[in-house]
Each structure stands twice: as structure tokens, then as C-alpha cells.
Ligand binder design. Sequence first.
Ligand code: KG4
Ligand code: ZN
Length: 325
Amino acid sequence: MWILGIDTSCDDTGVGLVRDGVVVVNRVASQTLLHQRYGGVVPELASREHTQVIDGLVQQALGEAGLKAADLDLIAATRGPGLIGALLVGYTYGKGLAFALGKPFVPVHHLEGHIYAALAEHPEVEPPFLALIASGGHTHLFEVPAWGTYRLLGATLDDAAGEAFDKAARLLGLGYPGGPEIERLAEQGEPGRVPLAVPLQGQEGFAFSFSGLKTAVARALEKGHAPADIAARFQQVAVEHIVQVVTRAARHTGLSTVLVTGGVAQNTALKTQLQAAGLRLMFPPRGLATDNGAMIALAAWRTHARSPHNPMALPAAAYLPLGSA
Ligand code: KG4
Ligand code: ZN
């Protein structure tokens, strides 16, 4: 079974082809350069760029797999959450293609896409497990007791984890995306030189908070600390915060299998610290941690059997919660 997956939820146009649960093609057209000079994603520009590239990208992906559109068995696209104008491009394109080809269409929740990306190389994993999604737009910790059931344990109270890396990087005069830049600079720094506290220490729940760290980075710069030392301390504290929340959730639920997904899942310090906590961890393979279309096709492969009866009638949605608290 060939599935085409499309994601245009933010500033990357993602197109993926999955055959029987295996990723064959994963193409992402990044808009980073387009938005860079504005210091953030400009929604209208993102939509226009998606419109420009989506069809060519799908044709390229099909060509790479040696397929014609008619060979597709199913078409899936991100329904939400995300920037509505951006979402509409991929979602409407997917619906239109499915309608024209007379093939089934599957709307996919973006966060479910991230979760199934972490399972791409672990088909043996079964619920119950915990799923941490840490990206530029989201920081959510879910308990997944059964396939398709999501209990939100905690989310960020302010900035997303990746957003915090991006904002700290900007303050430090580094490029975008900030995560890899901070990671690189942190290697040359000495974290012990900068006083910066782990957020929400001593909390009973599973919330995350990163906006205080951003302010603390600005203050440390004012005090004249070296950027490399600040980067090292920022990363150490951000990672420790995430690890504390995840390990407490693991103890609380009695679950030791944890999927870690989203752009921040690529952070080596985070991986190392979580591994040291003795958890059974699943990470997405290379290229599937950040936003992409293959993860949407993977989610559709796993969920199409329980997909809604009239998907064409479901509108795209900027705000779309996954599961219940
Ligand atoms: O999943 P993604 O494409 O974002 C959204 O869905 O919003 O991930 C991008 C985010 C950026 O904020 C980026 O700084 C962060 O993931 N990121 C990292 C690393 N690589 C990417 N954060 C920390 N360490 C990294 N190595
Ligand atoms: Zn995402």
C-alpha cells in the first residue's frame, strides 16, 4: 500500500511516500531563508510559498519512487494544528488529489504524525507508553494507554522547548534554528560559570516552562558572561527540566517506555540525560524528527482504519487539541 503524506502546518512543505509502513521518500522544502530576515515565520508568506512548491514537490517525490499519482492507494494531509493559511494549502491539495484520483483521503493530526515518526523504526512497540513532543511550536507530554487514546499529562505554560532554544540563540547572536547552534556553542562553554536555575523545580505536576530561561539568558549577557558559557548552562538547565518532568511522569504512571519526538529530540544532551534515567527510549530516525510529510503518511498507515467516515467534510483547524486531560 502506497501512502502520500503532506504537511504544510508551519514553514516547511513536507511530502513523503510510505510503502507498507516503510518510508521510501521524504522531501522537505524549507522556508527558513524566506522568513529569516523577519526574525520569525510570516504566515502569509508561508502560505504563498507552500502554494508555489507543493505540486512540484509531490511530482518530484512520485518520480523518485518511480510512481504515477494513480499508483497511490491513499492520500493523507495534516488537518491541524498550525497556521491556518499554511495548513489549508497542503490539506486542500491532498483532498483535491484524492478526489481527482478517486482514492481515500485521511486527515492527520500533526502531533500524531510526530508520535508515529518516533515509531518508524520500532514497529514492535505497543501502548502503554509516554510520548514527549518537543518542537518549535509544541511541548506536550502524553500518556498513551491504547492506540488512538491520548491523555495530556502536561504542556508548556509559555514558550515551547524549541522556541526557547531559538530565542536564546537569537539573544546570543546565533542563527536560526537555534537548537543546533546552541548545541554547538555549548560544547565550548563551562556551564558551572553561569547561575541559571532549573524551571518549576519542586512542582507536583508535569508542566513545562521555558520563558524564564530566556530572560535569564538576557540577564547573564548583561552581566558579561561569555556566550559559550551561557549556551552551555542554558542547554544543561533546559534539558534537566525536561528530564525531571519526564522521569516524574514515568514514576507516576509506572511507564518506562518513552517516545521522544519533534525537533528538540535531536538534541544529544537530552538523549544522553534521558538514557541515564534508565528509560526505554524511542527517537525518530534522521530526517523524521522535525516537520515532514513522511510522518503524516506513517500516521495514516497506522490510523486509516479508524479514520472518520466523511473526511472530506472535515475542515482544517488552527486549534486542534489531541486527546483529553
Ligand atoms: O519539529 P520542528 O520542525 O518544529 C515544529 O514543529 O514547530 O522542530 C524545530 C525546532 C526548532 O525550534 C529548533 O531550534 C529545535 O526544533 N531543534 C533543536 C535541535 N534541533 C532542532 N533544539 C535543541 N537541540 C537540537 N539539536
Ligand atoms: Zn511539528
